[in-house]
Design a protein around this ligand. Structure first.
Ligand SMILES: O=C(O)C(=O)C[C@]1(C(=O)O)C=C[C@@H](O)C=C1
Length: 289
């Protein structure tokens, strides 16, 4: 076998620069890892069993996207940081991701791997109920459930109503854009540590009688809603996401005015407000919801 010719001096110099930068990035990652024991002690993670702080992560991801520029695609830099943060969370307190595959295996697998990498274990479930039940039986696990209404899933969020039940604590992706490589809107459900609740957007479980197109139309400008049929003939179980500044009273009043009667409501979690950038590399602009 013939030996490849040595690289030109110019190429050798560029490679030496890359080696130096790689060694520096690795050193910095290891230095980041040195903080973990102190994080665990300060956050008392042994007591809660979960190191996940979604509001902090949403804020970190927004700032990352806002300061990013240059040749490296945003998707790449976002996915690298997702893996760093999710893995650092796992090293503080191991957890499993329970993913509801009912929106399709491929899209949900992408959501899991993009946001949590390959070190964090994940278990597939055919339906939201199984994923949420697994979280309820765990200390610090997460469930990922598609945020859109899927017929087969029913009103899965009703399992979050009881005190002490798991709650919605995040919505993925943290930074939304039309061409996001793992952009399936997804709720993250967990038993939140007391300081892990983000509530810029509050998610409400609402049961109504008299549900129909008029009520849906009245609700749509006020809040994002997922609807599932409820036991009664014209009843519906709703998962209503109240954007910042929108009150529960306003939304219920609009539904009543459109002819629905509200049977009961329960807060089933909250998450950081949604944040959208126009497209790859564009300047960030808040989504308003
Ligand atoms: O800030 C924290 O609380 C951390 O534990 C650090 C860290 C990170 O790796 O940056 C990890 C987990 C949290 O969800 C948020 C951020």
């Amino acid at each position: 076998m013939t030996k490849p010719p040595p690289p030109s001096p110019a190429l050798a110099q560029l490679r030496a620069e890359i080696d130096r930068l790689d060694a520096e990035m690795h050193r910095l990652l290891m230095a980041r890892g040195e903080i973990i024991d102190r994080l665990v002690a300060v956050k008392k993670t042994d007591e809660s069993g979960s190191a996940f702080r979604p509001a902090r992560e949403a804020d970190m991801m927004r700032r990352l996207v806002a300061r990013h520029h240059g040749r490296l695609p945003l998707d790449t830099v976002e996915s690298i940081w997702r893996v760093i943060i999710a893995t650092f969370t796992w090293v503080q307190a191991p957890y499993t991701v329970h993913a509801d595959f009912s929106a399709g295996e491929a899209v949900m697998r992408d959501v899991v791997r993009f946001h949590f990498g390959f070190t964090v274990p994940f278990v597939p479930h055919m339906g939201a109920a199984g994923a949420v039940a697994a979280v309820a039986a765990s200390k610090g696990d997460l469930a990922l459930v598609p945020a859109a209404g899927l017929g087969g899933n029913g009103a899965w969020w009703r399992a979050l109503e009881a005190e002490g039940a798991p709650k919605i604590i995040a919505r993925l992706p943290f930074v939304e854009r039309a061409d996001h490589p793992a952009g399936l809107p997804t709720f993250v459900v967990a038993r939140p540590a007391p300081d892990a609740v983000a509530n810029e957007v509050r998610t409400l479980s609402v049961r109504v009688a008299g549900w129909g197109p008029q009520v849906a139309a009245a609700l749509s400008p006020l809040a994002d809603t997922v609807a599932a049929p409820d036991a009664a003939l014209d009843g519906a179980a709703l998962l209503v996401s109240l954007p910042p500044g929108r009150t529960e009273e306003e939304v219920l009043a609009a539904m009543r005015q459109a002819g629905a009667s509200v049977r009961n409501t329960a807060l089933v979690g909250g998450h950081a407000s949604r944040y959208t950038v126009a497209s790859e590399g564009a300047a960030p602009e808040p989504a308003g919801r």
